[in-house]
Design a protein around this ligand. Structure first.
Ligand SMILES: CC(C)(COP(=O)(O)OP(=O)(O)OC[C@H]1O[C@@H](n2cnc3c(N)ncnc32)[C@H](O)[C@@H]1OP(=O)(O)O)[C@@H](O)C(=O)NCCC(=O)NCCSC(=O)C[C@H](O)C(=O)O
Ligand code: MG
Length: 353
């Protein structure tokens, strides 16, 4: 482990100064596109103003014989597009793949000034982040970059989950973490073939009534991902970085997608991946606090004055802890409103009530 004194020193001569804090930038939806797919790449200029993050995906879902084309496509899209205040991220191929090294070498050299975050898949432990950290510092120095590229880890192996805290704290570059439910299910030998979401076989059943073990017993489907998301949220909060849900693969089932995203939002996640344009609005809706919640949060903050003591509002006790909860909601609303004029209007309307 690096000493505390060295933690915020650049890892290569001439590399940018590491950040001491990860700035909060709206990232409700990380929209995946394949930059080697001409149809998808052509939609990027129209998509950019509609999403918080555009992610050029080079890893899984890109065929092996299309890896170089996708990498080149991302370079071309990044150079040709004005992203405004929308972030550009990429997901590179895994560190043990034949493409991961060339992804990093090419992208930092060619478009490092446009890339905000590099998502690293299948991170197993702090050693993977340390490798990327040093390499990025060398490449940034060589490219003359003036701000550090941040790193986002996907939690998608059993070992990665076991090491989640050390991954979250491995580098000042760590921006956040996403759940990767498909690879994680395979790594754990879980028996679901879905990408995220619940499973009808994973349930609890109400007790039997009398001797009949079958009649009148209700079952409730449970969430396969609750444990991992909760661990990830704690690790991220402890290290000042941001947690994300990841992908929901049943594109058609917009209802269950919204449920999964909302569970993650309530547990502390700030966003999710959108794999298809249909999921963009779902993420925007879910990961933006409702005007009613913002109105309530502001009311509590106003009533609590310096934030100490206890008061009753609408029959509910408020104190030092609830005002902190309300500040989380109100500060998120302010940050999102600064980017999203529609939300700004909705939040302004409720404060006029
Ligand atoms: C899932 C898809 C393959 C579906 O594509 P398609 O069959 O073309 O869908 P549609 O016909 O409904 O598309 C309508 C139009 O929208 C365009 N489109 C589709 N998806 C996107 C997109 N993501 N960005 C931009 N544009 C998109 C289509 O081209 C159609 O256009 P047009 O014909 O002009 O009307 C496809 O959506 C897709 O490939 N999505 C991304 C998949 C992906 O990135 N997967 C990897 C992430 S999940 C993962 O890796 C698992 C994770 O790591 C884990 O372990 O859990
Ligand atoms: Mg994966």
């Amino acid at each position: 482990m690096r000493s505390a004194k060295d933690f915020f020193r650049p890892l290569a001569v001439g590399a940018p100064q590491p950040l001491t804090e990860i700035p909060f930038r709206p990232s409700r939806m990380i929209h995946f596109f394949d930059p080697g797919n001409e149809k998808m790449a052509a939609k990027v200029p129209d998509l950019a103003p509609r999403v918080d993050v555009l992610l050029g995906n080079l890893e899984d879902a890109v065929r092996a014989d299309r890896k170089e084309a996708s990498r080149a496509g991302l370079v071309a899209v990044a150079k040709a597009t004005d992203f405004g205040d929308t972030q550009l991220w990429t997901r590179v191929n895994s560190l043990d793949s034949p493409w991961g090294l060339d992804d990093l070498l090419t992208l930092v050299t060619e478009i490092g000034d446009k890339l905000d975050v590099i998502m690293v898949p299948k991170v197993e432990g702090a050693e993977d982040i340390h490798y990327v950290d040093r390499l990025l510092a060398q490449l940034e120095a060589k490219a003359g970059l003036t701000r550090p590229i941040l790193v986002h880890a996907i939690l998608e192996t059993a070992r990665g989950v076991a090491n989640v805290e050390e991954i979250a704290g491995a580098s000042p570059r760590m921006q956040g973490m996403s759940l990767g439910p498909a690879d994680l299910a395979a790594s754990r030998r879980m028996k679901t073939t879905r990408v995220g979401g619940g499973h009808p076989g994973y349930l609890v059943r109400t007790d039997p009534v009398g001797d009949d073990l079958t009649a009148g017993r209700h079952t409730y489907q449970q969430d396969l991902w609750h444990y991992t998301i909760a661990r990830m949220v704690d690790a991220c909060a402890a290290h000042g970085i941001l947690p994300y849900y990841g992908p929901f693969g049943d594109i058609r089932d917009v209802v269950a997608c919204e449920d999964q995203f909302r569970n993650a939002f309530l547990l502390g996640c700030v966003g999710a991946w959108s794999l298809h344009p249909a999921q963009i609005e779902i993420a925007r809706r879910v990961f933006s606090p409702s005007p009613a919640d913002v109105s309530w949060a502001r009311k509590v903050i106003a009533a609590m004055g310096d934030g100490t003591g206890a008061v009753m509002i609408d029959g509910k006790m408020q104190d030092d802890a609830t005002v902190k909860q309300c500040r989380v909601v109100a500060e998120l609303a302010d940050a999102l409103a600064a980017k999203d004029p529609e939300l700004a209007k909705a939040y302004a309307e409720v404060s006029d009530d």
